[in-house]
Design a protein around this ligand. Structure first.
Ligand SMILES: *Cc1c(COP(=O)(O)O)cnc(C)c1O
Length: 453
């Protein structure tokens, strides 16, 4: 039995998979917040290049990956698929565990799969600068790298708490040539408004998005890029699952359950959608897919399926999604990539249609799982990715209890080498589990009632 299954560069997929083609219920349209009418491509043009807008609204099953993008992908792709023999031994359960490892990319996570594609389409349409937000710093690093490849300027608004907790992420972005600003900043109206109310705001992804969008909307040569949530972003990630399917074919296997952490849904979509194609087409009806979210930001398990803004200030279109309300303030957990109030439209619709399942896990259980995994497999996972590992362990224990064989595939979507502060805090006993009151949630959801069409 091979411990890792590798593909040759020649075997790298040359198309992205668009799950919209196979969805039974198509995603509801984004709405203009003023008119509550469906958005047209022209409404998005100030923020995104047309090449990406076309992908955003496409229902084509496969879209070609441009040759230039493929060439850059080859720096780290195809990525390895590992059989987790060390973890299997430790768990002593009737399970086979495989994981796709995206930590070998330039930024250390799956994010460059879409960053490179987005930079390419911006460059093709003459864009000079891209603004974006970053939480944990993973997306900002990925986009900084991608912009460096195409000679585009990159301005990153980094959530204040991560800016302070993860100084090396900032230096990585600077190394790739990007400008990095702590958010909320005084460079935008959205940032100044927040600081006026709360001078010590630790920021949030929603606030940082507002800042980046505001600046892109003001300048015709500047566009905005989002690291998750949008349909085209999820589609760019599907190269992960297409590779994994080939690799599992070589191993003579197919998963019973696919597990991934969910912030907006892009790494989950990337790994799972090419497999869910078979479920939607009716050939693998029993395939399960579990999205794992932090208990401190549980939009899938405690949120509501409603129209909501993607950001805090309310600059983005209204998206139909599972949300906690755009003013919900998640606790300052270390898994910064999962601290987002909503889930992507595609993942939300699939959860509503019971194609996906969701579970929320507290951070202490996740770090415990991450430490077990590091000892058994030799890879220190990003705090986000430990959420998937915790669920893998739960699934294995369940299989043991039931005496049932199970094949598990999960996304080790990033390494934690720049997150050692989080592990240090965990070892020092400084981390705790978080909850919030029903009143907080009811209040945050009540605020978006008026946004519904
Ligand atoms: C960004 C990020 C996430 C969360 O975003 P998704 O779009 O849900 O994938 C999870 N893990 C890592 C390592 C990330 O960088």
């Amino acid at each position: 039995m091979n411990r890792k299954i590798l593909l040759d560069e020649k075997e790298m997929p040359t198309q992205w998979y668009n799950i919209v083609a196979d969805m039974h219920n198509k995603p509801l349209p984004p709405l203009h917040p003023g008119t509550k009418q469906p958005l047209g491509p022209a409404d998005l043009a100030p923020l995104f290049p047309m090449g990406l807008i076309e992908q955003e609204v496409s229902a084509e099953r496969y879209i070609d990956i441009p040759q230039e993008v493929q060439d850059i992908y080859k720096i780290w792709r195809p990525s390895p698929l590992f059989r987790a023999t060390g973890l299997e031994k430790l768990l002593d359960a009737p399970v086979k565990i495989y994981y796709k490892y995206e930590g070998q990319s330039p930024s250390g996570s799956h994010k460059p799969n879409t960053a490179v594609a987005q930079a390419y389409y911006n460059k093709k349409e003459g864009v000079k600068r891209i603004t974006t937000e970053t939480g944990a710093g993973q997306w900002g690093t990925a986009l900084s790298f991608a912009c460096a490849q195409f000679g585009i300027e990159c301005d990153v608004y980094m959530v204040r708490i991560s800016y302070d907790q993860k100084p090396y992420r900032k230096v990585m972005m600077n190394t790739f040539g990007a400008n990095v600003y702590a958010s909320p900043s005084d460079r935008t109206q959205a940032g100044r408004d927040i600081l006026a109310k709360d001078p010590h705001s630790t920021g949030s992804l929603g606030i940082a998005i507002s800042e980046a969008v505001e600046l892109a909307a003001q300048d015709e040569h500047t566009k905005y890029a989002l690291g998750s949530v949008l349909n085209h972003v999820l589609m760019h990630q599907t190269i992960i699952g297409q590779e994994a399917e080939k690799q599992l074919e070589y191993a003579g296997d197919f998963p019973d359950v696919i597990i991934a952490p969910l912030g907006g849904g892009s790494n989950l979509a990337g790994l799972a959608f090419p497999f869910l194609k078979h479920k939607l087409q009716g050939t693998k009806k029993d395939l399960r897919c579990v999205a794992v979210e932090p208990a401190s930001c549980p939009k899938l398990t405690k949120g509501k399926f409603m129209y909501d803004f993607g950001d805090t200030a309310g600059y983005t279109p209204l998206l139909p999604m599972y949300t906690l309300g755009h003013n919900f303030k998640p606790a300052a957990i270390h898994a910064g990539g999962l601290r987002y109030h909503g889930a992507s439209v595609l993942c939300s619709q699939l959860l509503k249609d019971e194609v996906l399942e969701a579970v929320a896990i507290q951070q202490l259980e996740c770090f415990e799982a991450g430490v077990k995994f590091a000892k058994a497999e030799g890879i220190i996972a990003a705090p986000e990715a430990t959420h998937a590992i915790a669920q893998v362990i739960r699934e294995a224990e369940q299989a043991k209890k039931e005496g049932k064989q199970k094949t598990i595939l999960f996304n080790l979507c990033g390494h934690g080498f720049v997150d050692m502060m989080a592990y240090q805090d965990y070892f020092a006993g400084k981390l705790s589990d978080h909850s919030f009151t029903d009143e907080e949630l009811t209040h945050a959801l009540g605020e978006i009632d008026a946004l519904q069409p």
